[in-house]
Ligand binder design. Structure first.
Ligand code: NAG
Length: 711
């Protein structure tokens, strides 16, 4: 089981107890289950007066989540993020705010200190940077005796942290040294990828290296320990930038992956204090819809064992909002490595007068290979560090850092393509199924504030759940996965391969819900299956009910029209998914025999099966209303509204409000809540709970006033 951290929201995500995976003919982009906000088990942290919670550092060693916001940093309990263990404020001074405003920035919004970098260092301290009213500043922070303490070191944060809080950036702490990709100047016109070691190393200020980039993700891959060719650790950078390689009159952005070697010290004369190993390639995520060009939005990397098993999972969205498709593509590290270490380069050629075209370079490639790390081959040639590399090699990489070949997605196609709210973030967990096989579970954040949980089973991607995180529609900005917050799965039965829910304990079918009705009533029996992919089946006294004048089968209920004595009997609702049947609920219907002068509302809630049965028997109330309306002269003829519309009312019109339905889908996954509520309300009480409105057209609608507390 996973522990998923979203912006201000910690979500315990349960693995499927009954997993009816696989696709068959069902489209794989319909989430199997929709988990509304009320039942997602999420926790929300929010501090009065503090905004823009956008930086997170998981400290599983301290069992804490460090949260960076605007002008404040929090330490939250990882077991329950609503518990604030400590907080420290880091505001801008009035002087800083004024100076920032004088430079033309918005004083109340931009000229604040947005915490943008939070990293764990090798010592007990953390490294933290903020935008500090467009003067990026860094500091050291420790957690001791229940307090967060900033040391007030005020280190220069240029090139580490963005000036502008709205800019994308990325950073990574590698063995105590910060690698960052952001803008180096106030205007944001000098993008860099930089290492803040004693002698900082960075990219060239050249559009050949970085062309109006949007930095997305950085990953340190520990390759040096076990590479047979004596190759070095790499730091991979994912970003998008303006393309140079297309003949296009309009600006086209492309997704890129770049990488540098950890041991890179820059060149001696050429590329002094610049990367000698910066190479980049286009990242392909082929989506076969409308020729849309997708841009990378977030990347998550996971290495199940050694570095050769590393995979990069990336979410893509279209650069023009005209298409609503998002995609997930995965990249094998070996494929990326092959492009950089064996692929061809691109080179600029000037055509006609001044137009520069980037084409495949087919000339001679110097040795050592441009952009390669110092490996056994370089050492054989007596180059032991980048400072010793020959000018020819360095000049080449300075002018031609772009590879000709693109990095292809694993399997040459996306793992998932989905229409709907754009994907924003991704994390991927590796879980071991009960049969010992390992599966990748993807959690994908969306622009509308939901998280999709998708699993790849034998190459097929199935969206198992869509979990709504926020009340209002707002994008998911951070997703973090904690590996320590796992639950014991010992009591779980799982049928991942065939999806046979019959392996699960049977629900208690002896219980059924009793319902009485009057002759001629319309009765609605609720049955909400677990899965959006399941088909509902109804049986009356063991016989399959088919749609007719008397019965209408809806996705969440059965309507029985004009019910007579024939409608009495034992009803069961079951759902069928992939040929497996699960019974959800049973009803016993009886015709009401009392010489009734009362209206009856029957509301049954069966929590475990997510069912609500509501039968509203309202003929008497309606009749009374009609009589009252006739008396008041609103209606000329019983049940007819000739004045306004030449139609007759066909029967009682029952308005089932939406909130009621939502509440009914509450799944309490936490408990084995098996009880049923079975209530009847007397007429006087009932009248309190029903408000009647008579519209000008004479149409009558009855509203059920939802009040959970009364039940
Ligand atoms: C900070 O939060 C406010 C309020 O939600 C929002 O309007 C603003 O755009 C945010 N600023 C940044 C830089 O994210």
């Amino acid at each position: 089981m996973m522990f998923l951290l979203a912006v201000l929201c910690v979500l315990y995500v349960w693995s499927p107890v009954t997993w009816t995976g696989g696709l068959g003919s069902t489209p794989n982009t319909i989430p199997r289950k929709t988990v509304p906000i009320k039942s997602n088990g999420g926790r929300l942290f929010r501090e009065e007066g503090i905004w823009n919670y956008t930086t997170m550092l998981l400290r599983e060693d301290l069992n804490m989540l460090i949260l960076g916001a605007r002008e404040a940093i929090f330490a939250l309990d990882l077991d329950d993020i609503t518990v604030k263990k400590a907080m420290v404020k880091w505001p801008v001074t009035t002087k800083e705010q004024k100076e920032c405003a004088n430079k033309g920035k918005d004083a109340t919004n931009d000229c604040k200190n947005y915490i943008r970098i939070l990293h764990k260092r090798n010592d007990d301290r953390m490294y933290v940077c903020g935008t500090k009213a467009f003067i990026p500043t860094c500091d050291y922070m420790s957690y001791a005796d229940g307090n967060l303490i900033l040391e007030d070191k005020q280190e220069d944060g240029k090139g580490k942290c963005p000036f502008d809080p709205s800019q994308r950036y990325t950073s990574e702490m590698v063995d105590g040294v910060l690698y960052s990709a952001t803008s180096l100047n106030f205007r944001g016109s000098e993008p860099v990828m930089m290492r803040s070691s004693e002698e900082p190393i960075r990219t060239e200020f050249s559009s050949t290296w970085l062309n109006e980039p949007n930095f997305i993700h950085m990953a340190h891959i520990r390759e040096g320990e076990s590479n047979p060719e004596g190759d070095d650790d790499k730091i991979y950078l994912f970003f998008s930038e303006t393309a140079v390689e297309y003949d296009s009159y309009t600006k086209v952005d492309v997704s890129r992956v770049a990488r540098v070697c950890k041991g890179d010290l820059g060149g001696q004369r050429t590329l002094q204090r610049k990367w000698t190993s910066f190479l980049k390639a286009r990242l392909d995520c082929p989506v076969p819809i409308n020729n849309v060009h997708l841009l990378v939005q977030d990347v998550f990397h996971s290495c199940p064992s050694d570095w050769t098993t590393c995979m990069f999972y990336a979410v893509f969205t279209p650069q023009l909002d005209s298409s609503q498709y998002s995609a997930v593509c995965a990249y094998k590290i070996e494929d990326i490595k092959t492009v950089f270490s064996k692929g061809k380069f691109k080179a600029p050629v000037t055509v006609e007068t001044s137009f520069v075209k980037w084409v495949m370079y087919s000339g001679e490639i110097p040795d050592p290979r441009p952009g390669a790390c110092i490996d056994n081959h370089a050492r054989e040639l007596h180059f032991t560090k980048s400072l010793e590399l020959p000018d020819k090699t360095l000049q080449f990489v300075k002018e031609k850092p772009l590879m000709d070949q693109a990095v292809k997605a694993s399997g040459d196609k996306p793992l998932l393509v989905k229409k709907g709210p754009a994907f924003t973030r991704i994390v991927v967990a590796t879980t071991t199924a009960l049969d010992g096989t390992s599966h990748q579970v993807m959690f994908i954040g969306t622009k509308s504030g939901s998280v999709l949980k998708a699993v790849n089973y034998d190459g097929e991607m199935v969206i198992m759940e869509e979990i709504q995180l926020f009340e209002s529609s707002q994008p998911v900005k951070i997703l973090r996965l904690s590996n320590t917050k796992r639950y014991h799965e010992l009591t779980v039965i799982q049928s991942l391969s065939v999806g046979d829910a019959n392996l699960c304990p049977k629900p208690d079918n002896s219980k059924s819900v009793s319902i009485s009705f009057f002759h001629g009533n319309t009765v609605k029996l609720w049955c909400q299956p677990y899965s959006n992919l399941a088909q509902v089946q109804w049986h009356l006294n063991g016989k399959l009910i088919e749609a007719s004048n008397s019965f209408q089968i809806l996705s969440d209920s059965l309507m029985i029209f004009n019910s007579s004595a024939d409608a009495s009997g034992h009803y069961t609702c079951s759902s069928v998914e992939r040929n497996y049947t699960t019974q959800h609920i049973a009803y016993d219907l009886k015709m009401w025999s009392a010489s009734g002068t009362t209206a009856l509302l029957h509301d049954v809630k069966e929590k475990e099966n997510t069912l609500v049965a509501v039968v509203v028997v309202l003929s008497l109330i309606l009749a009374m209303l009609v009589i009252w309306n006739m008396y008041r002269g609103h209606l000329p003829l019983p049940f007819c509204h000739r004045r306004v519309q030449d139609t007759c009312e066909e029967g009682p019109y029952v308005n089932q409000p939406q909130e009621r339905k939502l509440a009914s889908t509450t799944v309490n996954l936490n408990s084995n809540n098996n009880h049923m509520n079975d209530q009847r309300f007397s007429s006087s009480r009932e009248m309190d709970r029903l408000s009647t409105t008579v519209g000008s057209s004479g149409q009558i609608s009855l509203k059920y006033i939802d009040d959970e507390s009364e039940i």
